[in-house]
Ligand binder design. Structure first.
Ligand code: HEC
Ligand code: HEC
Ligand code: HEC
Length: 369
């Protein structure tokens, strides 16, 4: 079985993007469950190298993802969307409790459906690689070929998170589910990270890959959902506007263009290309600074749009300035100005585009000092 998979994999891997290692189809692989990763000699021990289970079980938001479905707010959202119980509806469990949405035959004896978003929700079903992945003769590429997701690749990582973190069906949104806003750099820190990350480029790359993946997902939903949400439409337009500025200010990046018609299909392709390339983006200080300035100089554009579109732009502008300032290590210099922007974009219904534009001008003067 394993050998056959390898043959298929190598055949497919001709002519793919250099850094991506081709993945096997893992449709039938078994989920082991977080308990299977927990032993102290594996990922449940002390010390940085073996503590991933401890970090996840004690600090990671994802352990609560299933429990949330049992609270009153979830009941209300589910009822509003015409579902009786959130914890047994695939419309909720697909993101909040992935094991509840896969067939029983794929769950190993220690997998628990109430473990929320656990190791294999991100790293892939471990059935085919659990035993092998610690072998000293296995490289990282061998593990990925056996079905472990290539999360070191930021494009693969962003796609894994964006599947649950960007779009949600309109009826669930209307029933009161919070709108989802994907931003890979800050959300990786908030998870929090259970991995070593000493690459100074991973912050800005994560931000750009994540925004491009968010655009691709939003545009696809806006185009193809039976009842597309205004959220996916507005997110697409706001991100297209932002990423057009970004890619215009760094010639090494493939271009994203604001759509000139209501057809968002070209955006899907452009943003996917950008997401792939941004995974290895050379984010120099010069290029990040010119992008940051171009975004901070967008204040006059906020006079022309309707309020809702302005809000979506402002939210993505705020994330962009925060992440770029952090990568450039100039956050302290514009800290108060960033705080004002963050406060502006808390709620769509009282968003004030004039005040936001004013606060963008304040960022510019702080940068000039
Ligand atoms: C596409 C994936 C997805 C689906 C489908 C989904 N959710 Fe969520 N949900 C999320 C994410 C991601 C968050 C975290 C949002 C954030 O804080 O950024 C969340 C947050 C929530 C929250 C708020 C939790 C908090 O801490 O405030 C509730 C309640 C909730 N979801 C219930 C539901 C219910 C009920 C359903 C089904 C009707 C559902 N969700 C379907 C992804 C999803
Ligand atoms: C929400 C997604 C997510 C969940 C849940 C998750 N991981 Fe990870 N994990 C990642 C990402 C992203 C990385 C960074 C890329 C890499 O190193 O492979 C990572 C890295 C790792 C690494 C490499 C550590 C290093 O420093 O190189 C190990 C080991 C690991 N995870 C184990 C686990 C275990 C065990 C669990 C469950 C207890 C778990 N992960 C749950 C996303 C996740
Ligand atoms: C299978 C679906 C799924 C995947 C994959 C997933 N998440 Fe989540 N995530 C959720 C749900 C559901 C919640 C809400 C649970 C909660 O609030 O406790 C959540 C909450 C979070 C939160 C806390 C709320 C917030 O938005 O600040 C962070 C941070 C987060 N996820 C980061 C990530 C990152 C980074 C990745 C990819 C490496 C990822 N998630 C992959 C479903 C997922």
């Amino acid at each position: 079985m394993f050998r056959r998979v390898l043959v298929i994999v190598f055949a497919l891997s001709v002519n793919v993007f250099a850094k991506e290692i081709k993945q096997t189809r893992e449709d039938a692989a078994q989920f082991v469950g977080a308990m299977g990763c927990r032993s102290s000699s594996c990922h449940g021990g002390a010390g940085e190298k073996r503590s991933q289970y401890i970090t996840w079980s004690q600090k990671d938001f994802h352990t609560k993802a299933f429990a949330i479905l049992l609270n009153a707010r979830s009941k209300q959202i589910a009822n509003g969307a015409g579902l009786t119980s959130p914890e047994s509806s695939a419309r909720c469990t697909v993101c909040h409790s992935p094991f509840a949405s896969v067939s029983q035959s794929r769950l190993g004896p220690s997998a628990r459906i109430d473990e929320g978003v656990s190791c294999e929700s991100c790293h892939g079903a471990a059935g085919n690689w659990l035993r092998g992945h610690t072998r000293t003769d296995w490289t990282y590429a061998t593990r990925v070929t056996a079905g472990m997701h290539d999360l070191r690749n930021l494009y693969v990582r962003a796609n894994a998170c964006a599947a649950c973190h960007q779009n949600i069906d309109n009826d669930i949104l209307k029933a009161g589910h919070p709108a989802l806003v994907f931003e890979l750099d800050s959300q990786s820190m908030n998870e929090p990270k259970h991995w070593r990350d000493d690459d100074a480029q991973s912050g800005p790359r994560s931000w750009l890959v994540g925004q491009a993946a968010a655009l691709r997902e939003a545009a696809w939903h806006a185009r193809t959902d039976a009842d597309p949400s205004p959220d996916s439409q507005e997110t697409s337009l706001a991100l297209a506007w932002l990423l057009a500025k970004v890619t215009m200010n760094d010639p090494s990046l493939p271009k994203v263009n604001e759509p000139d018609s209501s057809d968002l299909e070209p955006l899907q392709k452009q943003s996917d290309e950008l997401a792939r390339r941004a995974a290895t983006w050379n984010a120099t200080n010069k290029s990040m600074m010119s992008i940051l300035r171009a975004i901070a100089e967008s204040d006059s554009e906020f006079a022309k749009q309707k309020t809702e579109s302005n809000f979506y732009r402002a939210a993505r502008v705020t994330l962009a300035l925060e992440r770029l300032a952090s990568a450039l290590e100039i956050s302290p210099k514009i800290d108060n100005e960033l705080k004002a922007l963050r406060a502006d974009v808390q709620r769509p219904y009282d968003f004030d585009a004039g005040a936001f534009a004013e606060h963008l001008r304040a960022v510019r003067s702080a940068l000039a000092k």
